[in-house]
Design a protein around this ligand. Structure first.
Ligand code: TTP
Ligand code: MG
Length: 366
């Protein structure tokens, strides 16, 4: 195995914090939230109560359910404490949300006492977290982020699972539902169902070209690669650079749309090259514009998935430009890209698909 990744995910996070802080709630079926619940304790999940369910529905399923108010501030403090604990011990990590994260543990396992006893490492990790925050988590080990994330969900709560290699991972996912893959959303699943594609094994029959046609380059390729265990994106928290930009100040003020388009295209090509050289992707594209009266505006758009293609950066920047209210002649124009990541992990939304269908296009980024 090339790399060894660990994914941790806190168990019933908001509910567990509430139960930790109030002994009366321990061992009880509780839900956090009132209108729509954010999460439920495992005691409540036995009755089918889960995240994003209405309180009315939850109460029907579990009449003795106790509702607790959401205290996001408190969960955020606890989540950050967990992140600090990870940062203290490890070098390469990436936090996906307040209660989950990836850690590259390769160097701590290879040629160490844990090489043939990874369970021991997992137990030490779980104990380290528990000792410090009094909460349990589930852990997954894999050869990349996706396999580690899927593994951490297999033995929840307070459990762990290890994919020793790619073959074991592929065997495991073969007959599972598509929803097991992170980044493939509910609406995508509904869309694929129209073609009788519900399981990973059905998805193997779809050619790469077709996936790209339906879901666009980024997403299509992602789906194709991920189910073959070939989607790899490194954990790299050494990426400190948060944005790249290019801009030009015109000698003369100008407002020729054709020249402006040409300039934006040039800048997008440069930015795309820079991202590709570093194998990075950007999620936010910002247009900066200065008028001849020296007022400066910046306007950003965050797209649904990260990109490093010049065409996509260009189209987004151009669209922002077209929507700007023209204040004066232009002195300076520039594009900046930010929210830089090493991964292009996609989240397809229903809106994307609808727009793709309406436009009859392959990509629905705008
Ligand atoms: P999750 O890790 O998805 O869920 P969880 O920690 O409650 O349960 P488990 O991991 O054991 O399955 O999300 C973390 C927290 O994020 C969760 O405690 C509450 C919040 N959350 C919402 O507010 N809305 C949601 O729809 C989801 C899924 C989570
Ligand atoms: Mg969790």
């Amino acid at each position: 195995m090339e790399k060894i990744y660990l994914h941790y995910d806190m168990d019933a996070f908001f509910a567990a914090v509430e139960q930790r802080d109030n002994p009366k709630l321990r061992g009880k079926a509780i839900a956090v939230g009132h209108g729509i619940i954010t999460t439920a304790s495992y005691e409540a999940r036995k009755y089918g109560v889960k995240s994003a369910m209405s309180a009315i529905m939850a109460k029907k399923l579990c009449p003795h359910l106790i509702f607790v108010s959401v205290d996001k501030n408190k969960y955020s403090i606890v989540g950050k404490k967990i992140q600090r604990l990870v940062k203290k011990v490890f070098k390469k990590y990436e936090f996906m949300s307040i209660d989950e994260g990836y850690i590259d543990i390769t160097e701590y396992i290879k040629n160490s006492e844990y090489e043939n006893n990874i369970e021991k490492f997992i137990n030490r990790f779980k104990k380290y977290i528990y000792k410090n925050v009094n909460l349990t988590c589930s852990v997954g080990i894999g050869f990349d982020k996706i396999s580690a994330k899927i593994a951490s969900d297999i033995d929840k709560p307070n459990g762990h699972f290890v994919f020793e290699n790619r073959e074991k991972f592929l065997d495991y996912i073969f007959d599972k539902k598509i929803s097991i893959i992170p980044g493939i959303g509910k609406k995508t699943i509904e869309y694929l169902k129209l073609f009788n594609i519900t399981k990973i094994c059905d998805l193997y029959k779809v050619e790469k070209e077709k996936l790209v046609k339906y879901f666009g380059d980024n997403r299509g390729e992602y789906i194709y690669e991920v189910i073959r265990g070939k989607y790899t994106s490194e954990i790299d928290n050494s990426v400190k650079k948060q944005s790249y930009g290019h801009e030009i100040t015109f000698n003369q003020s100008m407002n020729d749309i054709f020249e402006m388009e040409d300039e934006l295209k040039k800048q997008a090509i440069k930015l795309s090259k820079r991202l590709k050289d570093k194998e990075e992707f950007a999620k936010t594209i910002t247009l900066k514009i200065r008028y001849s009266n020296f007022t400066t505006y910046t306007k950003s758009k965050t797209i649904n998935f990260s990109t490093n293609k010049w065409e996509e950066i260009y189209i987004v920047a151009l669209n922002i430009y077209k929507k700007l209210e023209k204040k004066d002649e232009v002195r300076l124009i520039g594009i900046h890209v930010s929210s830089i990541t090493k991964s292009k992990l996609v989240q397809l939304t229903f809106e994307d698909l609808k727009k793709m269908n309406e436009k009859g296009e392959n990509d629905g980024i705008l």
